[in-house]
Write a protein that binds this ligand. Sequence first.
Ligand code: GLA
Length: 395
Amino acid sequence: MKNLTIEEAKRLMTESMNDAVAAFAPGRIEFLGNHLDYNGGLVLGTAINAGIYAIAQPTKDSSFHLFSESFKGSQISGSINQLEKQSGKQSWANYCLGVVQVLQDMEFAPTHGFSLILSTDLPMSAGLSSSAAVELATAQCLLQLASKQVTKKELVTIGRRAENEWVGLPCGMLDQGTSAFGELDQLVRIDCSNENFSTLSLPKDTSFWIFDSGIKHDLVDSLYGTRNQECMDALSILQKQDSSLSCLAHCSTTLLEQTEMAENLKKRARHVVAEQERVNQFTQGLQNGNSIDQLGKLLTASHHSSANLFENSLPELDFLVDLLDKEEEVHGARLTGGGFGGAVLAWTTTRFSQKRADSIAQIYEKEWNTKPHFHSFLPSHGASHLDPLDIRFKR
Ligand code: GLA
């Protein structure tokens, strides 16, 4: 090849990538509001500065090809006219295929095939919702290939439907909502009863640290579905007392305590009702300028409620929360996401250091014989299109 200037190289590459499209969707941290989303509650999350990058190009026929840098060697190919659910090692592709199916149902899918490559700088299985990020990055690419535009809210619905209907997880909209509506230095506040999205400014001088226990949780096979069902069962018992009650998060403590139900249902409902109250207190407290210490305590209280009432914690996560809670620069700590493994969030001052994180990881290692991975993240912007030439695939 003759020597090219950078401009010539760019022009050549642009020509061969003429019809390529690209997108990014961030991972998210669930800040407060554990298991409230599918109960019609208020949840707070933040998009983070790591996520899923996707690049796609049309094929000349109806074939599709999916590649992921995180799951090397597992290319999945098929026809857009005959989508098939994947299992085992190939199941990551379901987050993409679910999106294709939903877009086809909406008549918003490309009518030709496509190749799609995913890459990521998100730690996997750490409770940071790589799955929602895959859905949103895929959806944005396919919508561009089909020359269709949707609102952010519609994008959230597409991702959530893919997860509910194709993957089979009865999740709420926290993950997709936070990934779509994230903004720099902001918390995303979602009222899941009316799908209202807004943002809240975070106090200055705060950081987020994630301590990943490394315990992998396969949400689909886990107790997530059972918890969801228990909440629905509690709701239908409560609705016999008050037919105007539309969701569990809106139940009053009085009604809950007056109503007889099995102990496990009561515990789940108590968590949901009290967690909704904590989110309200946090939101009001933030607006009223309450002390960060006071606000942080709500996070730690949320963890204890998850552990004792919702029973979705593990001793390893409780151990991390207890350690973090003793740290001077930590405002509050709690499990983040579905639970049953995964990660703990520490909301800290910016003075919380790598050295402190290291020493916590060492204490944990002594107890559990394995070192937790830890990462610090910044509240960041939400899903967006990218210029395919700008995309940097990371290894
Ligand atoms: C997972 C789900 C979310 C939400 C959280 C728990 O992350 O995907 O929809 O239910 O668990 O709050």
